[in-house]
Write a protein that binds this ligand. Structure first.
Ligand SMILES: *Cc1c(COP(=O)(O)O)cnc(C)c1O
Length: 409
């Protein structure tokens, strides 16, 4: 398989929505960094699960409930293998990356951090990896430190290392910046944090759809991501945590499924992962996520990464030819995201003009306002590429941008 050329037409045929027309033109979908489109096999797996196997899990002694439980727990095995976790009990199903980070803030951090302790993040973080720590800071008097970036949008490693002190209890890092596409050198950063005794939470929301990830090899203490950016359904996400850590943590939400025994005097909690999965979860979502992972693995994550890298290089070269276009984020290691501004034209006007041409891009601050501030722009236009995008679509993007520049000048 790895010897044959990447067959993007075959990949596109798996995604029914890519056949749609927008304003009479074929859709060019360049917003996968916000959420990915879904292959037919994911859509079919979810509807087939509801049609033929659905019941609540972990409860019934009857056949359907046993089947549904098997599919849900099977999805946990799929996730475990996909991210290289050592133990299936290290996989906790949550709603999304945001919930996973909040879970860690309300359990592990609540239990282990005290006033004067520090959490180190980077200037590239998504709001989901900033706000929960600020809220924790307000509750507990914990300080938030921020590692700066350079003009290319790369973390300055020396500064990062200097900011890790004996008071640093947690380093919370994105693996790939959603606003700029910067890939962080975690193989250097994680050992720096561990050397000072800090735990590391990795926000993998933008990484896991686009590159092979092995949480055990990277030695993350926590790793979080969302299913919807990984060709899976929305409403399901994953918190990975090292087993010993999860074992030591108090529950997040209380209710059914997370207990061992309940009386009005006292309840005892189930071991992880059940301890963190109170109530009926998104059963079909977990099953759909497993189907998305199987699909991606069938093509090959490494091959997808290579294809996307070619698209990035092509887009970077073509956009450089556009008059008055300034690229925001030019890191040497980037995933397939281009963020830019056009001289004298507001990003929202660019987005609207591109929509007229059937090209869907994101405009705004991309839930990373601090990054925008550093580059002195309120918003950028962001095009993000995925396994189903083509060189032809990049031409459509650049043509539409040229026309936009002409109209506005
Ligand atoms: C999208 C994203 C999140 C949040 O994901 P949700 O699915 O909205 O919870 C967090 N971090 C990064 C880097 C993201 O791109």
């Amino acid at each position: 398989m790895s010897q044959t050329a990447y067959d993007v037409a075959a990949v596109r045929a798996d995604f029914p929505i890519l056949d749609s027309q927008v304003r009479g033109k074929p859709l060019v979908f360049l917003d996968t960094a916000a959420s990915a489109q879904k292959p037919q096999v994911v859509i079919d797996t979810i509807s087939e699960f509801y049609e033929a196997h659905y019941a609540n899990i972990h409860r019934g002694v009857y056949r359907l409930s046993a089947e549904a439980t098997q599919r849900y727990e099977g999805a946990r095995d799929t996730v475990q293998k996909f991210i290289g976790a050592a133990d299936r009990r290290e996989i906790v199903f949550v709603r999304n990356a945001t919930e996973a980070i909040n879970l860690v803030a309300h359990t592990w951090a609540e239990q282990n951090l005290e006033a004067g302790d520090e959490i180190l993040i980077t200037a590239l973080e998504h709001h989901a990896n900033i706000v929960p720590w600020q809220m924790l800071g307000q509750r507990k008097g914990v300080q938030l430190r921020v590692a700066p970036i350079n003009a290319q949008g790369e973390v300055i490693l020396e500064e990062f290392e200097k900011l890790i002190s004996d008071r640093t209890r947690l380093v919370a890092l994105t693996q790939v910046s959603n606003a700029l596409g910067t890939i962080l050198p975690l193989e250097q950063m994680i050992p720096m944090a561990h050397a000072r005794g800090a735990k590391v939470l990795v926000d993998g929301a933008q990484a896991i759809p686009h590159m092979p990830v092995d949480v055990t090899q990277m030695d993350a203490d926590f790793y979080v991501f969302s299913g919807h950016k990984l060709l899976g359904p929305s409403g399901i996400g994953v918190l990975y945590g090292k087993h010993a850590l999860l074992e030591s943590m108090p529950p997040f939400l209380g209710g059914g499924d997370m207990i061992e025994s309940v009386s009005f005097e006292k309840s005892t909690y189930a071991p992880p992962p059940a301890r963190f999965e109170a109530g009926t979860p998104d059963i079909a979502g977990a099953v759909g996520l497993a189907a998305a992972m199987d699909y991606l693995q069938g093509i090959g994550v490494e091959r997808v990464a290579q294809w996307e890298h070619q698209l990035l290089e092509q887009a970077t070269a073509k956009l450089a030819e556009i008059d008055g276009l300034r690229m925001i984020g030019t890191a040497s290691e980037k995933s397939a995201v281009v963020s830019f501004v056009l001289d004298g034209i507001h990003a929202h006007d660019v987005g609207t003009a591109l929509d007229q041409a059937g090209v869907a891009v994101r405009v705004g601050h991309h839930c990373a306002q601090p990054v925008m501030e550093i580059f002195g722009v309120p918003a950028t236009v962001r095009a993000s590429f995925a396994l189903y995008n083509t060189p032809d679509e990049i031409d459509r993007l650049t043509e539409a941008l040229r026309e936009t520049v002409e109209i506005f000048r």
